[in-house]
Design a protein around this ligand. Sequence first.
Ligand code: HEM
Length: 207
Amino acid sequence: MKQAADPQAFSVYLKEGTQTIHDELDQRVMQLNPFADKAHYQGFLRMQLRLHTAGEQVYHNQQINNLMPEIEQRSRLYAVLQDCVDLAIPVELQQHDQQVGKLFKIADPYAGLGWLYTIEGSTLGAAMLLKHVKNSLGLSEAYGARHMAAHSDGRATHWREFKAILDSLTLNDLQRKQALDAAKQAFYFVTETVDEIMVIGKKEVAG
Ligand code: HEM
């Protein structure tokens, strides 16, 4: 029998607080046919590059690493960058996307937890997205879709472990709220990015 999730659990609080934005984002991305062809998928990858660049500072934050000792190894920024190279995204666009991502400053560790939740959670949806990428574009975890690869322990196990750490933290209401606001901020950042760079036909401006 499946155990019911603890409604007070931090991970449940984050999931419930971001569910609406996630649903909207998910629909918006799929409406834009991200896997229709190489050009569409390039836009999707650039969105991932901005997200992972913005979140990268959290993976190296000392306070976060004290709470989650292996988090540094979970960063997927390098894999996203390799995917960008595989798909021949021009270097100047990659640099521009990294500049945009780096504009975010996430110094507060509770905000960092929220960003981590959003970025780590996106590995779950990636299972489904990877199937589309394989079927439509012939890419794989070894080429072009490296950032969608499952963790060696398996996606579900990895996510369960991550949530268990989140749920073991002792946080007050304000700290939980700071994390939720940051998780939402990460989703909003992606939503804006999707509208800016995934709508094919819009004029591209680098730098
Ligand atoms: C078209 C794009 C997307 C689709 C179709 C999608 C789909 C999904 C699905 C099906 C799940 C649940 C998987 C499961 O429970 O086994 C999920 C979870 C999640 N996704 Fe997405 N996703 C998309 C994009 C994103 C993006 C861009 C982000 C981050 C900005 C994101 C963040 C999350 C998070 C945080 C969870 C975990 C929710 C939880 O707490 O259980 N997703 N996604």
